[in-house]
Design a binder for this molecule. Structure first.
Ligand code: PEP
Ligand code: MN
Length: 332
């Protein structure tokens, strides 16, 4: 970190900065240039808040040299993290497919969907239960009843399951029924909940907020690991841009970028990323050469009748074709 002060600042002001640095045990230097006084600070500054120096009246700006996170980085852990879900199922180190309906709608419906997925050896079933819908008039999900169904059907086919948690008060309920807790795009900034989930060891599927920079996304993952939970999976699901030709703008570059920056598994959600069944498969396939650790895809036996996101859910035939092409890509 480098503090930039105006050359005209008084001696006492520089002393004030020195004192603050010394109290915090930082090593620093003071360099007098023609227009500025520069104070380079060395040491582990990950946990120091640049804003605290910026608030000193005499400091013009603070230049950050090191990253504001450390636990998620490859400097901290050089090998790819593998999140073990038990019974030989894991995410990371190989390509995983998570699939299922946007929402759990009924036991029979989920059984039919899971049966199809099981045919293609999908080992992780998704299903929304407490739906965070923009409109209060849209289907809100089956709640705890939906979680019970998700657990029952997953067990029936020897699958693991994932569902999105709506708020901090539901943590115990999700710990009981799910194998992975999904923190949805709308909750990526719910730091209070991230802190609580960090106290558990439950695998967390953290989705990127549509308004988050990569740095914000990684900082949310840092909350979880700092809390004591290293089992974090990152999911790129598109961001909001001026372009409304797709539901979200899926940032495919973020996959290799994230893989370079972090040891955590990175997966792609082409369903919410595009919002368009006709292109979901092709975008999903792109995740393979991009180096993703897997995809999360919405599927439904009858998307036209789905209670949520039918327009982006693959039919059984679409899914069969996707798997066929994915197998080809994966064998190259
Ligand atoms: C979902 O996966 O069901 C979902 C709502 O996704 P997102 O949080 O990415 O919008
Ligand atoms: Mn959905």
């Amino acid at each position: 970190m480098i503090l930039v002060m105006n050359r005209d600042c008084r001696k006492e002001e520089i002393e004030k900065v020195r004192k603050r640095l010394e109290i915090n045990g930082f090593k620093y230097d003071v360099m007098y240039g023609e227009k500025h006084v520069l104070i380079p600070i060395v040491g582990d500054l990950t946990t120091s808040d640049a804003g605290r120096f910026e608030s000193l009246a005499c400091v013009e700006k603070v230049l950050r040299v090191s990253l504001p996170y450390s636990l998620v980085t490859r400097d901290k852990k050089n090998s790819d993290s593998v999140i073990d879900l038990g019974d030989g199922v894991s995410i990371g180190g190989k390509y995983s497919i998570i699939a299922g309906p946007c929402s759990v709608e009924s036991e029979e419906n989920l059984r039919n969907i899971a049966e199809e997925l099981n045919r293609h050896n999908v080992r992780i079933l998704r299903g929304g239960t407490f739906k965070m819908r923009s409109s209060p008039y849209s289907f809100q999900g089956m709640g705890e009843e939906g979680l019970k169904i998700l657990r029952k059907i997953s067990d029936r086919f020897g699958m693991k399951c994932v569902s999105e948690i709506p708020d901090i008060g539901k943590i115990d309920c999700f710990l009981k029924y799910t194998d992975i807790i999904q923190v949805g795009a709308r909750s990526m900034n719910n730091y209070e909940m991230l802190r609580e989930l960090g106290k558990t060891k439950k695998p967390i599927l953290l989705k990127r907020s549509p308004y988050a920079k990569i740095e914000d996304f990684l900082l949310s993952a840092e909350y979880l690991i700092l809390g004591g939970n290293p089992n974090v999976i990152l999911c790129e699901r598109g961001i909001r841009t001026f372009d409304d030709s797709s539901r979200n703008t899926i940032n495919i570059a973020s996959i290799p970028l994230l893989k370079k920056k972090t040891h955590l598994p990175v997966i792609m959600d082409p369903s919410h990323g595009t919002g368009n069944r006709e292109i979901v498969s092709r975008v999903a396939l792109a995740s393979i050469p991009l180096g993703a650790d897997g995809v999360l895809i919405e599927t439904h036996t009858n998307p036209e009748e789905a209670l949520s996101d039918g327009f982006q859910s693959l039919t059984p035939e679409d899914f069969r074709l996707f798997i066929k092409k994915a197998e080809k890509f994966l064998s190259i």
